[in-house]
Design a protein around this ligand. Structure first.
Ligand code: EPU
Length: 416
C-alpha cells in the first residue's frame, strides 16, 4: 500500500488536530541519551521517523516504552554508542545522537549521513563545534569516530545556520565542563523546545530561540517529563491545502505563534485567517492570488513549506517566484507538478510559477517528504484522479495524512 489515490475538486471543510512536531520529537528523543534517568514524553507523533529513532536508541541500550502518543526513554546504561549506516541512511536526523553520546560516554561511532534527495547536506558544522569542545573526530570507513575525555565549553561561531547542528552542540554542551557560547545559532522553535526539555532535565541554557545560546555545563542531568510542541510544518501543510482547494477548516492543538511567515503569505494569497492561542481557522472563498516566497532560516519562510506553496502557486491567479536558499536541490516536485499541468520554469534556485485555471490528475512520484506534501495539495485541486507513488516519504513525517484529509472531506485512499 504505497500509493495514494486522490480525486480532486472538492473544497475542504471541517476540523482536525495537529500532531506533535517530528523535528522537535527527534532531537528530544536523543536528549534521553544524556541522562541515566527516564525521560517521559507526550504528544509524540506516530511517524516512521520516530520509530526509526526509537530503534536507533534501543540498539544503543536505551529502554523504550511506547504507547499511543507517549514515549518513555530510559538510558540507564549505554551499551553500544554506535549509529549504523543502515539506520542513518534512512533518516539523517540520526546524526543527532553524536553530541549526546560523546558527552555521556566519551565516545561515539556515527555513520556519515551521505547525500539525500534535497541536497548534499554535510555535517561539517556539527564536527567543527564538537572539535572546538575538545573532541577528536576522525572519519573511518564512512563513520565518524569520535572521542573525548570530558567535553569543555567553548565559544563556537557557526559558519551557517544549521538546525540539527545547533541542537547537537547544545546537547553536548549541556554536559561539558564550563560555559559554551553558540553564536549564529538556529532560532527555529524546535531548538527552543529541545532547550526547554533539557532545562527540565536540569541543564542550564539561556538564549535558545535567539541566535546566541549560552550553556553552562553540568555534571549530570536527571529525568523529566516533556510535551512535544505542535508540528508547525504539518499545520502549514493543511493550511496551504485549504488555501488551494478552498473552503473553511480549523486546526486545533496548533502553535500559531510559530507560523507567522506562513500565515502572512496565506493572507496575502487572499485567505481569511483567525487564530487563537492554540487553533487556526482558514477560510478561502476565491481562487488564491499568486504569492512569491523566499526560503530562509526561522523566523523567515521555511524551506519545509516551499513545495506546498509551489503547489498553491500552480493554481493561483498570477505569477509567483518561489526561491529556495537553504537546499540546493529542493525542486524535484516541480517536474512532477508539471505532469499535472502546472506551468513552472526553473531558473537556478528560483521557480517561476504561472498559475493555471486548473490542473489535471495524473500519476506522479514522491521524491522526499515535503515534495510529497506539495503533490498531495496539487492533487486535491486537480480535475480527476491523481495517484501519488512512493508515499512512504509521507509516512516519515505526516501522521494519518489520509485520515485527516478524509475528515476534511477530501476523496483520498491508500492503494497498492
Ligand atoms: N549545512 C552545512 N553543514 C552542516 C550542517 C548544515 O553545510 O554541518 C547546510 C545544509 O546542507 C543546508 C543548510 O546548512 O544547506 C541548512 O541545513 P540544516 O542543518 O539547518 O538542516 P538539518 O538540520 O539537517 C533540519 C530539518 C529539515 C529542515 C532543515 C532546514 C530536522 C530533523 N530536519 O534539517 O527538515 O528542512 O532543518 O530548516 O530538524 C523535513 O522535515 O522534511 C526536513 C528536511
Amino acid at each position: 500500500m504505497d500509493k495514494l489515490k486522490i480525486t480532486g475538486g472538492r473544497p475542504l471543510e471541517g476540523e482536525v488536530q495537529v500532531s506533535g512536531a517530528k523535528n522537535a520529537a527527534l532531537p528530544i528523543m536523543c536528549a534521553a541519551l544524556l541522562s541515566a534517568k527516564p525521560l517521559a514524553l507526550t504528544n509524540v507523533p506516530r511517524l516512521r521517523d520516530v520509530s526509526t529513532m526509537a530503534r536507533l536508541l534501543a540498539q544503543m541500550g536505551v529502554a523504550v516504552e511506547r504507547s499511543e502518543h507517549s514515549t518513555v526513554l530510559h538510558a540507564k546504561a549505554i551499551t553500544d554508542p554506535t549509529a549504523t549506516y543502515e539506520l542513518v541512511k534512512t533518516m539523517r536526523a540520526s546524526v543527532l545522537v553524536l553530541g549526546p553520546l560523546l558527552a555521556r560516554c566519551g565516545e561515539a561511532k556515527v555513520s556519515l549521513p551521505g547525500g539525500c534527495a534535497i541536497g548534499a547536506r554535510p555535517v561539517d558544522q556539527h564536527v567543527k563545534g564538537l572539535q572546538a569542545m575538545g573532541a577528536t573526530i576522525s572519519i573511518e570507513h564512512g563513520y565518524m569516530q569520535a572521542s573525548a575525555r570530558r567535553l569543555r565549553g567553548a565559544r563556537i561561531v557557526m559558519d551557517l545556520v544549521t538546525v540539527t547542528g545547533t541542537e547537537n552542540l547544545m546537547m553536548a554542551a549541556a554536559l561539558a565542563e564550563g560555559e559554551t557560547l553558540l553564536e549564529n545559532a538556529a532560532r527555529e522553535p524546535e531548538v527552543l523546545d529541545l532547550a526547554r526539555c533539557l532545562g527540565a532535565m536540569g541543564a542550564k541554557i539561556e538564549g535558545a530561540g535567539s541566535d546566541v545560546i549560552r550553556i553552562q555545563g553540568v555534571r549530570s542531568l536527571g529525568g523529566a517529563e516533556h510535551r512535544v510542541m505542535p508540528d508547525r510544518i504539518e499545520t502549514g501543510t493543511y493550511l496551504a491545502a485549504a488555501a488551494a482547494a478552498g473552503g473553511k477548516i480549523r486546526l486545533t492543538g496548533a502553535a500559531p505563534k510559530t507560523l507567522d511567515a506562513t500565515l502572512d503569505k496565506l493572507r496575502e494569497a487572499g485567505s481569511k485567517i483567525i487564530v487563537t492561542e492554540s487553533s487556526i481557522e482558514i477560510e478561502t472563498a476565491r481562487r488564491p492570488v499568486a504569492v512569491s516566497v523566499r526560503t530562509a532560516p526561522y523566523p523567515a519562510f521555511a524551506t519545509d513549506m516551499q513545495a506546498q506553496f509551489m503547489a498553491l502557486a500552480c493554481v493561483a491567479d498570477g505569477t509567483a517566484l518561489i526561491t529556495e536558499t537553504i537546499f540546493e536541490n529542493r525542486f524535484m516536485h516541480a517536474i512532477e507538478l508539471q505532469r499535472l499541468g502546472a506551468d513552472i520554469r526553473l531558473e537556478g534556485n528560483t521557480a517561476v510559477v504561472r498559475g493555471v485555471e486548473r490542473l489535471q490528475g495524473a500519476g506522479v512520484m514522491a521524491t522526499d517528504l515535503r515534495a510529497s506534501a506539495g503533490l498531495v495539495i496539487a492533487a486535491l485541486v486537480a480535475e480527476g484522479d491523481t495517484v501519488v507513488d512512493r508515499i512512504y516519504h509521507l509516512d516519515r513525517g505526516y501522521e494519518g495524512l489520509e485520515k485527516k484529509l478524509g475528515l476534511l472531506g477530501a476523496r483520498i485512499e491508500r492503494i497498492a
